[in-house]
Design a binder for this molecule. Structure first.
Ligand code: PGA
Length: 252
């Protein structure tokens, strides 16, 4: 069985009230409701309720996404979001371990693993992000670093879960730089991730996304690769016209 493509939008710390709903209605006009892909939009937490209403009113196969979650249901954790609350308000998918969280906010693999498990246990999909820095890439350590991150971030995660585990390979040097990885690099890394997932007992249906400066122009070169099952999209996903074009071109 082949894996259905997933084009997941990561809005990061962008967009203001009203803009989430406007985006979804514009996207609904641009993308065919029968599109052969899954979509997901992850907004900042305060916009989730607005976005949920807009997504529910749209015929598009789009999930509501959050950009992180804590592992505990409640407690004294100022600034964090409870997985319990996110699930209750209708979040269906959570991005976890994004390099911006790992680097700027020092989230270690051990916490990432707990966050992934917490999301999955509450019935939400978890999009686990992994990727090497420029320095690690330059010193030829990419594969070693990425596979170690994968293993450590899955440490708490059972191989069989009802909710979906998705992996996103995002080289840090390619994020927001306009300098996407080459298809050769992506092919090799996704192949290695696929192999490692198999060795760890995860399903062959686990989707592996590429992320890092994806555009409507470069997406076909990634989607042509066997182990690329979609993309985690930052900058390009902020504009409904560009996001729709990326989805369309990614399916050719
Ligand atoms: P980018 O971001 O598409 O803007 O490079 C990707 C990401 O950080 O998920």
């Amino acid at each position: 069985m082949s894996r259905k493509p997933l084009f997941a939008a990561n809005w990061k710390m962008n967009k203001l009230p009203g803009e989430g709903a406007a985006f979804v209605s514009a996207l609904t006009e641009l993308v065919d409701r029968g599109v052969a892909a899954d979509l997901m939009i992850a907004s900042q937490a305060p916009m989730l309720v607005e976005l949920k209403a807009a997504i529910s009113a749209s015929p598009l196969p789009c999930k509501l996404g959050a950009q992180n979650c804590h592992w505990l249901a409640s407690g004294a954790h100022t600034g964090e979001n409870s997985p319990e609350l996110l699930a209750k308000i209708g979040v269906q998918s959570v991005i976890i371990g994004h390099s911006e969280r790992r680097i700027l906010y020092r989230e270690p693999d051990s916490e990432v693993a707990l966050r992934v498990r917490a999301a999955l246990e509450r019935g939400m999909d978890a999009i686990l992000c992994i990727g090497e820095t420029k320095e690690q890439f330059d010193s030829g350590k990419s594969k070693e670093v990425v596979l170690a991150q994968l293993k450590a971030s899955l440490h708490e995660v059972p191989a069989r879960t009802e909710s979906e585990l998705v992996i996103a390979y995002e080289p840090v040097w390619a994020i927001g730089t306009g300098l996407a990885a080459t298809p050769e690099i992506v092919k090799e890394m996704h192949g290695a991730i696929r192999k490692e997932l198999g060795a760890l007992g995860y399903s062959t249906q686990t989707r592996i996304l590429y992320g890092g400066s994806t555009t409507p122009e470069n997406i076909p070169s990634f989607m042509a690769l066997e182990d690329v099952d979609g993309a985690l999209i930052g900058g390009t996903s902020l504009d409904p016209v560009k996001y729709a074009a990326l989805i369309k071109n990614g399916l050719i």
